[in-house]
Design a binder for this molecule. Structure first.
Ligand code: PLP
Length: 290
């Protein structure tokens, strides 16, 4: 399969207040975040030239930095403006946005305090995370051998690079085993989420989803709960076992990159992509473009 490497995409990246040619937007090898996993980032989608929930994502970037003990030197308004500027410069009316903030390379010390904080915003085209047709046909999930850490170990509401080790290992293993993605349990053995998306399942006409006390409470997840309320679909948030999930009628994942992604198989068991999943796909599709 041929693809353009990410450091060679076209256009510019917004870096610390300036537009830099894409290939020149680099950082030093002795950057603190590169060694210790403390970068914080966002994933946003552009629909009809507008970034969906841009204010919420910009606020979450600032909050994630606070969880990681540093301050982003821009306000929400400034991040919104910078994002809108780079979206216009890149010229995509549909695409993906990746803001990222990190401690720089002033000190090589785990607990370094005196670091300049850098912020970059990159925009590229990314139609579908799992490729053509998967949004309709559904994806397969492998139960991961890795679990999410306990919230006593790390601030799980931060969208921070160091928290993605279990996701990286889980998705790698799932793909090597012929699955599209992985399902990860939490530290108590309850179902948590997929590698970069939250999970919902339909059972006895209820829309069920785990309580977000041990994984990221996604902005898409919160949107889907609101859509359910508007559609009159009862929502059950709880601590669900793997067996609860396997007895579901329908299963789907939600996230900025995944959107509403039906699941057709978990381990060896297949699920139908039913009427309820289609209602949420349609309602979300309509909302993001409205
Ligand atoms: C680990 C994880 N969980 C959930 C989500 C879904 O979050 P959102 O809906 O805010 O994109 C993401 C994506 O950012 C993620 O990386």
């Amino acid at each position: 399969m041929s693809f353009v490497p990410f450091d060679s995409l076209p256009g510019v990246i917004w870096l610390d207040g300036h537009f830099i040619p894409w290939k020149e937007a680099n950082m030093h090898l002795l950057t603190h975040a590169f060694h210790y996993g403390g970068a914080v980032f966002e994933g946003e989608r552009i629909y009809n030239s507008k970034v969906f929930k841009l204010r919420e994502h910009s606020q979450r970037l600032i909050d994630s930095a606070h969880y990681m003990g540093f301050t982003i030197p821009y306000t929400v308004e400034q991040l919104i403006q910078a994002t809108e500027d780079v979206v216009v410069k890149q010229g995509y009316d549909e695409g993906y946005v990746r803001p990222i903030a990190w401690r720089g390379s002033m000190q090589m010390d785990v607990g370094a305090l005196d670091h300049k904080v850098h912020v970059a915003i990159a925009v590229w085209e990314w139609p579908s995370i799992f490729g053509e047709g998967k949004l309709e046909k559904g994806i397969s999930l492998k139960l991961s051998q890795w679990i999410k850490p306990s919230p006593k170990m790390l601030p799980l509401q931060a969208k921070a690079s160091g928290l993605y080790m279990s996701s990286t290992l889980s998705r790698l293993d799932a793909r090597n085993s012929g699955y599209d993605d992985a399902l990860i349990l939490d530290h108590r053995g309850y179902i948590a989420e997929a590698t970069a998306a939250n999970i919902f399942f339909v059972k006895d006409k209820y829309l069920c989803t785990p309580i977000p006390d041990a994984f990221l409470n996604g902005i898409t997840r919160q949107t889907i709960v609101k859509i359910a309320t508007a559609l009159g679909v009862p929502v059950k948030e709880g601590h669900f076992s793997f067996d609860d999930l396997m007895s579901a009628d329908e299963v789907f994942l939600t996230g900025t990159a995944y959107e509403v992604q039906p699941v057709k198989k978990i381990q060896d068991q297949t699920f139908r992509i039913g009427e309820m999943t289609h209602r949420f796909i349609d309602a979300y599709h309509e909302l993001v473009r409205s």
